[in-house]
Design a protein around this ligand. Structure first.
Ligand code: NAD
Ligand code: MG
Length: 394
């Protein structure tokens, strides 16, 4: 069998590490051509020693010589590069078939688009790319016949619950709704007044999933679900009215599709990202992921609640941005990245995250964005507004 040749963007992060764990179980199927990491040079070095890629990409030029030297002394010819242009280069390499897009935030957009434009198979974890630039991203996917497979567990579950030939148009497929499940995060039942003083470490202590710090804070504010609502709109061609969020604290049902005849199809499993990663890596085949089988009697109970938009204003802000259209989701994403980074730096209290995002949306008029330069300009403008608001925060 010809091996699938992979580039893993964001290899040193939570999704990247899980991806390489699945890949290592199936050396006969996958060959790693490129690995990228931003600042964790030691982790990238160890990954290179294990997977022997042709290219490794770092965030900063100053570490290139040292990593190259250590790879050479281990007998590896891996070429070490740095910076955004190198990310785009390895994402677009002719010798790469499949790109795992697992950089966090807006930094993932352009490398992922570079892979899309080469018509590659894209395993999309980087939801912010779709939130920032959904219309353009999907148009490029269609124009270049890229194969887009969702890694986000909810979207992967929806993908698995849709008809195999689904290419958009939910009405024609008899779909009534997409139900995105949400755990509710670490603060689902925390007294509201306590939320004033929660710390970054408390916000990052997710009850079910171990993830990077940005998405962990997004889960605590439920902006993560908001971003996923926007992601679902683009991936599955549904309207905001066709997307419903359901709180499901056990994270066993990863999401569901409701059909007009009353049938509801879902994907269930243990909360372990290696399942959607293995699904997308092997699709349409199946491979082992190293995930323990689901033990329903041990779980005993699955429960559901409606989301509380007062406790989680970020979820309402995401629906507002999606309905507004134009630049609003780009602004939402940029303001969220700035506010979350400020919270993680202890420059902003937890409850101010939603305020900064809401105020940034209020400050910038809704406008159409025609192309990538317009999207990047809007992203930069929203970041500047949000940074100003953070610096004025008392
Ligand atoms: P993480 O913080 O653990 O890893 C992020 C990766 O991106 C690292 O490899 C880092 O080096 C790289 N990176 C960060 N900034 C960069 C920059 N400016 N330039 C180049 N590389 C950069 O994050 P994660 O939890 O692995 O999440 C990655 C993406 O997957 C996010 O978009 C997240 O929303 C999505 N996602 C994650 C999970 C999960 O379980 N972790 C689940 C669903 C979706
Ligand atoms: Mg998710």
């Amino acid at each position: 069998m010809k091996r699938q040749r992979l580039a893993v963007l964001g290899a040193t992060g939570s999704i990247g590490v899980s991806t390489l764990d699945v890949v290592a179980r199936h050396a006969e199927r996958y060959e790693v051509m490129a690995l990228t990491g931003n600042s964790r040079v030691e982790v990238l070095l160890d990954q290179c020693l294990q997977h022997r890629p042709r290219y490794a990409v770092l965030g900063q030029e100053q570490s290139v010589a040292a990593l190259t030297e250590r790879l050479r002394s281990a007998g590896l010819a891996t070429e070490v590069l740095a910076g955004p242009a190198a990310l785009e280069r390895v994402a677009a390499l002719p010798e790469v078939d499949t790109v795992m897009a697992a950089i966090v935030g807006a930094a993932g957009l352009q490398p992922t688009l570079a892979a899309v434009r080469q018509g590659k198979r894209i395993l999309l974890a980087n939801k912010e790319a779709l939130v920032m630039a959904g219309a353009l991203f999907m148009a490029e996917v269609r124009a270049h016949k890229a194969v887009l497979l969702p890694i986000d567990s909810e979207h992967n579950a929806v993908f698995q619950s849709l008809p195999a030939d689904y290419v958009g148009n939910p009405a024609r497929a008899g779909i009534s709704h997409i139900l995105l499940t949400a755990s509710g995060g670490p603060f689902r039942t925390t007294p509201l007044e306590r939320l004033q003083t929660v710390t970054p470490d408390e916000a990052c202590a997710h009850p079910n999933w171990a993830m990077g710090r940005k998405i962990s804070v997004d889960s605590a504010t439920m902006m993560n679900k908001g971003l996923e609502v926007i992601e679902a709109r683009w991936l599955f061609d549904v309207t905001p009215e066709q997307i419903e969020v359901v709180i499901h604290p056990q994270s066993v049902i990863h999401s569901l599709v409701q059909y007009i005849d009353g049938s509801v199809l879902a994907e269930l499993g243990n909360p372990d990202m290696r399942t959607p990663i293995a699904h997308a890596l092997a699709w349409p085949e199946r491979i082992a992921a190293g995930v323990a089988p689901l033990d329903l009697p041990a779980i005993a109970q699955l429960s559901f609640e409606r989301p509380d938009f007062t406790r989680f204003p970020c979820l309402a802000l995401a629906f507002r941005a999606l309905r507004a259209g134009g630049n609003a989701s780009t602004v939402l994403n940029a303001a969220n990245e700035v506010a979350v980074a400020a919270f993680l730096d202890r420059r902003l209290p937890f409850l101010a995250i939603a305020r900064i995002i809401g105020d940034t949306l209020d400050a910038l008029p809704v406008a159409d964005m025609s192309d990538l330069p317009a999207i990047l300009a809007e992203d930069a403008r929203a970041r500047a507004v949000a940074e100003d608001l953070v610096s004025c925060w008392q």
